[in-house]
Design a protein around this ligand. Structure first.
Ligand code: ACO
Length: 328
């Protein structure tokens, strides 16, 4: 048996918010945003769309490509920091939308590393128990609802979207899609990247709303340095473990947080920029959706073919980070 990627899908909402639009909302300008982040525009969900709606669209595309229906799924792992509700899980809401009546479903919260963590969890489940034939992994975010649109330090960075992957336990003797992985977290950095209120530590109140504590707080400079250091170290570890040289990688798919972070990573790995996937200019940082969105776009554009080595790497709140070398 081998565990393979059977289909991918992605979805972004129609509404585009450009840097020029943001210039009218906060004291910023297109030049600052482009040069500091690489972002030109991002997508925003409509008020009627919640995270499970974005997830559904991406999941349907992945299921179509896999040639299966929701009823074929054994499990759904949904990575998000913007669930429709605290409970029930967005995974369960998605299960209902997809008619995935034979699946067990849950959410996984690892911020921007969510899709990477979810792939590892789904892969391990399938490896341990062959009865899980098809598992759906989705990263979906409506970050626009946890952004303070008056804070120029953060509001220019984020966007909404979803990416999905269908995994299959196949009866053949090819290698698994996961060649090597390296995942980490460090809870000592919780203060530099967080959503301060709305949980049991600091429940919602008129005061927390007035203080904008239901939106993302980030110490950008600290996060930047840690992101580059940790992602590059993780990438090196998986390449070493897999005994694969960086030159053999067809495409690096990094979490899209900042173009300068991506460029620094490429430099440290000594991978030319044309082998690094970038769509941050069009979508901004979509947290857990980011890597799934990239993987689907890269596959559909023919930038990766079955058998190619693809290096995924992510970094996010928690802190969480990691890398995964896959064979597409
Ligand atoms: N427009 C204009 N000026 C701005 C803006 C803006 N949108 N935002 C900040 N500035 C100003 C600041 O106020 C500051 O002014 P000052 O020097 O007068 O104080 C100046 O620009 C420089 O600000 P810095 O914070 O030093 O800018 P920096 O070059 O570090 O870029 C950024 C900031 C883009 C946030 C960067 O630090 C970054 O990308 N960090 C990493 C983000 C990340 O990876 N997040 C991932 C996780 S997200 C998650 O998990 C949910």
């Amino acid at each position: 048996m081998s565990i393979r990627i059977k289909g991918t899908g992605s979805y972004v909402p129609e509404r585009i918010l450009t840097n020029a639009d943001l210039e009218k909302m906060v004291e910023t300008n297109d030049e600052w945003i482009r040069t500091r982040t690489g972002i030109e525009e991002r997508r925003l969900a409509s008020p009627e769309q919640a995270t499970s709606d974005l997830a559904e669209q991406a999941a349907r595309r992945a299921l179509d490509q896999a040639g299966i229906t929701g009823a074929d799924l054994s499990a759904i792992v949904c990575a998000t920091i913007t669930p429709d509700y605290v409970f029930p899980s967005t995974g369960c809401l998605l299960q209902q939308k997809l008619g995935a009546t034979n699946a067990f479903s849950f959410d996984l919260e690892a911020a921007c590393s969510g899709l990477l963590y979810s792939l590892e969890v789904a892969y391990s489940l399938m490896k341990a128990n062959k009865k899980y034939r098809y598992v759906l992994v989705v990263g979906a975010e409506k970050l626009s609802c946890i952004v303070n649109w008056a804070d120029r330090n953060t509001c220019v960075l984020f966007g909404d979207g979803a990416g999905a992957v269908v995994l299959e336990n196949v009866a053949d003797d090819r290698p698994d899609f996961v060649i090597a992985s390296d995942l980490h977290s460090d809870g000592s950095y919780t203060e530099i990247l967080k959503l301060p209120a709305g949980g049991s530590r600091n429940p919602a109140s008129p005061e927390t709303v007035a203080a904008h504590q239901h939106s993302i707080f980030m110490a950008g400079k600290d996060v930047f340095k840690l992101a580059v250091n940790h992602m590059s170290a993780s990438c090196r570890r998986v390449l070493e473990e897999a005994k694969v040289d960086a030159s053999a990688i067809k495409l690096v798919i990094p979490h899209q947080a900042n173009l300068r972070i991506i460029q620094s990573l490429a430099q440290r790995l000594d991978v030319p920029e044309d082998r690094v996937f970038i769509n941050i200019n069009r979508f901004g940082n979509t947290s857990a959706a980011s890597i799934g969105l990239c993987l689907d776009e890269a596959a559909r554009a023919g930038r990766i073919q079955p058998g190619d080595y693809v290096l995924l790497t992510a970094f996010g709140g928690g802190l969480t980070w990691g890398a995964m070398l896959i064979q597409y």
